[in-house]
Ligand binder design. Structure first.
Ligand SMILES: [Cu+2]
Length: 103
């Protein structure tokens, strides 16, 4: 038995004091606050499938980015807040595929 506690805190990778050493908040383009969740979807076989899943999931409120890859069956979703699995499942179902779960 191990009493060790593994800390896996998400590291903030953005540094305002990088190459130039100046702390200016002009690097707004790299700012993408949100939650990234990867889902496993069954049944996608081609780019058309990716498009169908992408467009359905994109319609969920709060979703800012969707990237579906048929080859792996993985769909990466960026949203402002954690999504309801049921909503994602419904969207995938609507597209004609099956949500296996979070990858
Ligand atoms: Cu297809």
């Amino acid at each position: 038995m191990s009493a060790e506690t593994k800390t896996e805190l998400p590291q903030v990778t953005g540094s305002c004091c990088s190459s130039t050493g100046s702390c200016q908040d002009s690097a707004a383009e790299a700012r993408q606050d949100g939650v990234t969740t990867v889902y496993q979807v069954k049944g996608m076989t081609c780019g058309h499938c990716e498009g169908a899943v992408t467009s359905e999931i994109s319609e969920i409120a709060g979703v800012s980015s969707v990237k579906a890859v048929a080859a792996t069956g993985q769909v990466t979703v960026v949203s402002q807040a954690p999504l309801d699995d049921a909503a994602v499942r419904a969207a995938v179902d609507e597209a004609g595929y099956e949500l296996v779960g979070q990858a």
